[in-house]
Design a protein around this ligand. Structure first.
Ligand SMILES: Nc1ncnc2c1ncn2[C@@H]1O[C@H](COP(=O)(O)OP(=O)(O)OP(=O)(O)O)[C@@H](O)[C@H]1O
Length: 265
């Protein structure tokens, strides 16, 4: 183990936001995630990389219990956010998903106005006492989504009428409107052109001032650009996890090296 990783491990003692231990996921007989332990840091971007089907999205969805909605899916092990086991029967998944927001691969605005898309979560969770407070929440979220200037004059127009890149930033604004602590992003740029991708990447860098961000990406360049930590998955195993620069320049495991050099995947 190199010095960087030892330093990282020590730091993780202080800044861990999510602590997963012995996590296994099964879809029927398919053992999709195998005994994964990982500590995800607060206010940093963590990238999940690995070949198609290795379990990146499955593990990401464990972090806000999105897999609960898949009946064939069984999860064992423990995932704690701060000190709370999110699979404890007392945890309400709806409340959990306000705390752990998610942005998907394909922009999926609701067929509602831009304003109502962003106000949706805050309304469900009763975050505003009146219209003025809701207006403030919506504006703050749209500013955080780096889309306010483009939409401030048409807040009541349908969100579905925006470009793909704008829709994705609306979805990010919608996810941050409930003041989550963690933001999960499942290939958030895969449907975007290079300009919109650059805007979303810049935004991810700003979001980490306030949130712990976990991003699944197929682009190693993107992982290298946006993340501080990288986890490499292969066939359901978390093969290697550490500081992004180290994973890309000096990986310990031959499978990681093969993947980043394009020999597998
Ligand atoms: N809803 C589901 N029902 C059954 N099996 C699933 C489901 N989702 C994923 N799987 C299986 O779990 C394994 C991991 O899939 P997952 O989508 O997590 O991989 P991934 O690394 O995110 O892949 P990709 O990069 O292609 O999106 C695969 O074998 C996949 O077929």
């Amino acid at each position: 183990m190199n010095d960087m990783r030892l330093g990282d491990r020590a730091k993780q003692m202080d800044d861990t936001k999510i602590r997963a231990r012995g996590v296994n996921v099964f879809y029927g007989d398919n053992h999709a995630i195998k005994d994964v332990d990982v500590d995800i840091a607060d206010r940093m971007v963590t990238a999940f990389i690995g070949p198609s089907g290795c379990g990146k999205s499955t593990f990401l969805r464990c972090l806000n219990r999105m897999n609960d909605t898949i009946s064939a899916c069984k999860i064992t092990g423990e995932i704690k956010i701060d000190d709370q086991n999110i699979y404890d029967s007392r945890v309400d998944p709806v409340q959990l998903r306000a705390k752990v927001g998610m942005v998907f691969q394909k922009p999926n605005p609701f067929p509602k106005s831009i304003y109502d898309n962003v106000a949706y979560g805050p309304r469900i969770h009763g975050l505003a006492k009146n219209r003025k407070e809701m207006d403030e929440i919506v504006e703050r979220a749209l500013r955080r989504g780096a889309i306010w200037n483009e939409v401030k004059d048409r807040l009541h127009a349908p969100a579905t009428g925006l470009s793909g890149g704008q829709q994705q930033r609306i979805c990010i604004a919608r996810a941050v409107a409930t003041e989550p602590e963690v933001l999960l992003m499942d290939e958030p740029c895969s449907a975007l052109d290079p300009i919109a991708t650059a805007q979303v990447e810049e935004l991810i860098d700003e979001l980490r001032q306030n949130f712990s961000v976990v991003i699944v990406t197929h682009s190693m360049q993107q992982a290298a650009r946006v993340s501080q930590r990288t986890a490499f998955f292969h066939l359901g195993d978390l093969v290697e996890y550490g500081e992004t620069g180290t994973i890309f320049t000096n990986p310990e495991d031959s499978r990681t090296e093969s993947y980043i050099s394009g020999r597998i995947g």
